[in-house]
Design a protein around this ligand. Sequence first.
Ligand SMILES: Nc1ncnc2c1ncn2[C@@H]1O[C@H](COP(=O)(O)OP(=O)(O)OP(=O)(O)O)[C@@H](O)[C@H]1O
Ligand SMILES: [Mg+2]
Length: 298
Amino acid sequence: MTTDIGRDVARATDRTTERPAALSLRGAGLAFGPRTLWSGLDLDVAPGEFVAVLGPNGSGKTTLIRVLLGLLALSEGAVRVAGHTPRRGSPEIGYVPQQRPLDPDLPLRGRDLVGLGLDGHRFGIGLRGRADRRRRVCAALEAVDGTHYADAPVGRLSGGEQQRLRVAQALVGDPAVLLCDEPLLSLDLSHQRTVTRLIDERRRTTGTAVLFVTHEINPVLPLVDRVLYLVDGRFRIGPTEEVMTSEVLSELYRTDVDVLRVRDRLVVVGAEDGPVDLHPCHRPRGHDGDRAGPAVSS
Ligand SMILES: Nc1ncnc2c1ncn2[C@@H]1O[C@H](COP(=O)(O)OP(=O)(O)OP(=O)(O)O)[C@@H](O)[C@H]1O
Ligand SMILES: [Mg+2]
């Protein structure tokens, strides 16, 4: 699988900062048996930087996040997150998983789910920590507009309400690195704005580095410092204006793709995939192995 384009551009555009990278991949590759998802991936994400990860279904976005969470070992290369080899349950990492509904009978309230972001990785908390814990959980709930349903059983909440709790859980521990896997899916526009503002504010005030997987770049366009675009083993890393071009996406998809700027939005039109689909996030999702053509961002 060729990755030369990605390798060259990654090296050319990687930022050198005085601060140590919050997240770093060196010559990283991941293969499942004979299938290589990506290889030769070099990426340093600086504290406070926002990197959007885009690509069609099955291109390896969630797999990359699983590597950064320490749930999956690289096939080649090295990875460091917050200065360490990633390990399961690291308090330095906040994680918003790709959405799946919670069990309706799960015996947890919203505030319990959020609290797991503070102490889910260790046993028990001291008495002195309890007031602080309560305060932080309340603040996190408030920030996602979740206070009014904080005591309801989580499994009975709507998909968007559950998703806002996951965002609160990921942020409540003030992580050095925030890994988000399509966190805006199923949120209405107003709550998309709440969540994107919250993440933006957090990275600016506390220097949280953000890796944000999304099929829809427009809701986060003003926040994006760089894009990592993965397609079928090829990738490109760079500032939005360098990656989100007709030329680059046509090269990655190996077919004609047009990228148009309409006011402050990017519209990506895959020449081969027929009528323009303006709502890629609302169409039925394929299984993980699906290879979709380029999404059309509206
Ligand atoms: N443990 C595994 N063993 C074998 N193949 C796997 C494993 N985990 C993931 N894959 C395959 O790797 C590919 C990439 O999966 P991944 O979930 O990373 O895709 P994705 O880019 O997140 O896609 P989507 O946009 O649909 O969420 C898929 O084809 C998937 O079936
Ligand atoms: Mg995924």
